[in-house]
Design a protein around this ligand. Structure first.
Ligand SMILES: *[C@@H]1O[C@H](CO)[C@@H](O)[C@H](O)[C@H]1NC(C)=O
Ligand SMILES: [Zn+2]
Length: 375
């Protein structure tokens, strides 16, 4: 009984699936997608059409098809034992607070305008990749002259690339130290079709431009972290977390360790009439990283977090949690009070409840997370 429980718990934790690989190749080559709808559920094969139906019903899942084989080949890595001091109370107020004042929502709004002017940022569309290139080009300019910062396109098996910006550790001895990661997804979707208009201003244009602005502020300041720091803009989040899974599985295959991951997906909306708070997601996240995010909000933001849950595979933090890495997710509202216009042509900055004053508070937490964990 005990042994059974331990085995079951391990399977739960590692998201182990028991689809035979021979069967996998045959079905994948027929164009079927392998989806996992819960950690305690066996993955299921769905047609592309059935998959889109699930998306329309807002049912969360990992689309395992692109990463299944490599994931199966990986030995489980022992989860990084994060030193208890890693998430001690924030202590760099003197350095961080002046940087927070440099965040610039007018600059963010200009970038968001460009991102929302693409017809959509769907992962198979030319415009989806043009949007990724816009981010890469813009961030390259922001960090030009800073040799310790690199900007790379991460290629996938589909059209849209993800973007990885890395601040190397000041001392080369720390090159392979656990990396701190902040993520947003840069794709957008209209539930109706791959070609329909999807400005995706809030989802997740807001998170995307928040990260760009934090990179701008840190690069301009000449910030050189003690341990590596990365900013990720994921492709193909909306269709089963494809981009972030590709990257998280690669990091695990390469034996990389992660100090903490923070997802920044939808920060621009606060429900008119409701109390203005941040929704700190407590399911499929790491308690220590999440507690630290709550402390960062208290220290660096005008508004506080309240605990919420968002369900299975609801954003890219799930891809990191799935691989055993410690991740957190700070969301625009308690789940359910969030922007009702996402995944439609009306997800724009003109939507009622859209607020840069709200969004910038999340950028402050992101900047605090980056600085406090890597300085
Ligand atoms: C978008 O806004 C227009 C104009 O207000 C409205 O007619 C339409 O129904 C809205 N569509 C969605 C999907 O919310
Ligand atoms: Zn999103």
């Amino acid at each position: 009984m005990k042994l059974f429980q331990i085995v079951a718990l391990l399977a739960f934790f590692q998201g182990v699936v028991s689809v035979p690989v021979s069967d996998f190749q045959e079905r994948a080559s027929q164009g079927l997608r392998l989806l996992q709808l819960g950690d305690d559920l066996e993955p299921v094969w769905k047609t592309e059409e059935e998959k889109l139906d699930l998306l329309e019903q807002d049912i969360g899942f990992f689309d395992l098809t692109e990463t299944y084989e490599i994931e199966q080949s990986l030995a489980p890595v022992a989860q990084l034992k994060v030193a208890s001091t890693a998430f001690a109370a924030p202590s760099h107020q003197k350095k961080v607070k002046p940087l927070l004042r440099k965040l610039d929502t007018k600059q963010q709004a200009k970038w968001l305008k460009t991102l929302t002017e693409f017809n959509n940022r769907y992962y198979t569309q030319e415009d989806g990749e043009k949007a990724a290139k816009f981010i890469q080009k813009t961030v390259k300019k922001l960090v030009s002259g800073r040799k310790h910062i690199s900007v790379k396109a991460f290629k996938h098996s589909w059209t849209q690339t993800s973007t990885v910006v890395r601040f190397e550790a000041a001392k080369s001895a720390n090159k392979n130290a656990p990396v701190t990661i902040i993520g947003a997804h840069m794709d957008s979707i209209n539930g109706r079709s791959a070609t329909a208009r999807a400005p995706g201003a809030d989802d997740d244009g807001t998170g995307s431009v928040s990260l760009m602005d934090v990179v701008r502020v840190l690069a301009k300041d000449g910030f050189k972290p003690t341990t590596p720091l990365e900013f990720h803009w994921y492709a193909a989040e909306e269709v089963g977390l494809l981009g972030s899974q590709d990257i998280a599985v690669k990091y695990k295959a390469d034996g990389k360790q992660v100090k903490g991951m923070l997802q920044c997906d939808m920060t621009g909306y606060t429900k008119p009439g409701a109390e203005e708070v941040m929704g700190l997601v407590r399911d499929f996240t790491d308690p220590a990283v999440s507690d630290f995010v709550a402390q960062l909000a208290e220290t660096y933001s005008r508004i506080r977090t309240v605990d919420t849950t968002c369900g299975y595979a609801c954003s890219d933090h799930g891809s990191w949690t799935r691989q055993g890495y410690p991740a957190a997710f700070n969301f625009e509202t308690p789940f359910g009070l969030h922007n009702p216009l996402i995944h439609t042509a009306n997800d724009t900055v003109n939507a009622p409840g859209f607020s840069w004053e709200h969004s910038v508070e999340f950028a402050k937490v992101v900047l605090g997370f980056a600085y406090e964990l890597t300085a």
